[in-house]
Design a protein around this ligand. Sequence first.
Ligand code: UD1
Length: 429
Amino acid sequence: MNEKIVIKGGIPLKGTVDVTGAKNAAVAILPATILARGTCVIENLPRIADVLIIKRILAEIGAEVEFDDDGTMTVDTTNINTSNVTMNLVKRMRASYYLLGALLSRFGEAQINLPGGCAIGERPIDQHIKGMEALGAEVRTEYGMLKAKAPNGLVGSDVYLDVVSVGATINIMLAAVCAKGQTSIVNAAKEPHVVDVANFLVCMGAKIKGAGTDVIRITGVEKLHGCNYSIIPDQIETGTLMIAAAATRGDVVIKNVIPTHMEALSAKMVEMGIDVQEGADFIHIKCDKKPKAVKIKTMPYPGFPTDLQQPATVLLSTAEGTSMIVESIFESRFKHISEIRRMGAKVTTDDRVAVVEGVERLTGAPVRATDLRAGAALIVAGLMADGVTEIHNIKYVDRGYDHIEDKLKKLGADIRREEVIREEADDLY
Ligand code: UD1
């Protein structure tokens, strides 16, 4: 069903909201259950499209899967008997590349459809392949599929990543945990979800040291086992809510968060003059005036996350002064800008740099989400704009946010979801 979100903006968000489990940890931990050859109970999972897709993939290859309403999934991977995952579902999400590392580790071979995901840049997977090859796999791309085989088993090795890649770091960990001997991943990604996946693997019996630093060292073990695990709170949902609170000049307590994961954003918000208070597991955002313009450059963790660049651009669109945003991770992550211009924002872009001249206010308009975080950014824009904003292509937002409109409604937003009739979508603008 084609749906849109309709927002009557201009209402300051107020109240308390809970953050759900991290999407980017969930989409790696669920494929990692393949390594257990037993039962894993995963708690605090978000109910988002990407999690439901992996659930279906796991069930189709022979796992027994149950997903409770409270966000707990029980996955028994004992009877998975194929390393061939070529159904179309795989193409619908980027993170399906984790099936490669997990299946290769369990079966010594894997065949998956090339992964899809948000169109925010070229998004090569050469570093994943380099890692698998270093561990002794032969990897080739054929007929739209990625095929990997380790005829003599996977053997630990040193892997130096040419770029800091979250996906490659996690995928190589998945392949290495049961490889013979030692593996070092040098120039590894340090994102909170990399650490969460490592903790999950350790809970299953893996030997991993250094997750969260530049060098991860893994000693291969013969086999892993099932376990119970609770996923960390979503860093990007937390950040989106922090930004939405400030953008609407609101007063919101965001609960069930890990404040240290948010330091890059919190520091920027303080620089903008926004009141940011932190407790052990909450962040309180208060903002009653225009934020000040700032410079932002996206960087791998602990730098400013690229996933929050799009919502942050929107927040800065009504700041006092002119902000500069440099997107250093993905080359096509400014697609939300043409949409917010339709709402009155004054933003110019040149390659990876956006210059945002603060305007008095945004005004509602029909707009289209082009990817997951662009969709989140447009929701923030709709919340702060005068009048009514309709955000189309909301399926992108559903890939990564668990009932976002319900959470915002609880904070006082005038927001609803509606079905879109075909002609309306065609005639949007
Ligand atoms: C993950 C997140 C995504 C986030 C991104 C950066 C998941 C499911 N998605 O994406 O939300 O925006 O991290 O924090 O966790 N690169 C290569 N070769 C590779 C792999 C990556 O050149 O083999 C490049 C990418 O094009 C990009 C940079 O490295 O420029 C970082 O990408 P990476 O960290 O791998 O992003 P993803 O894992 O795809």
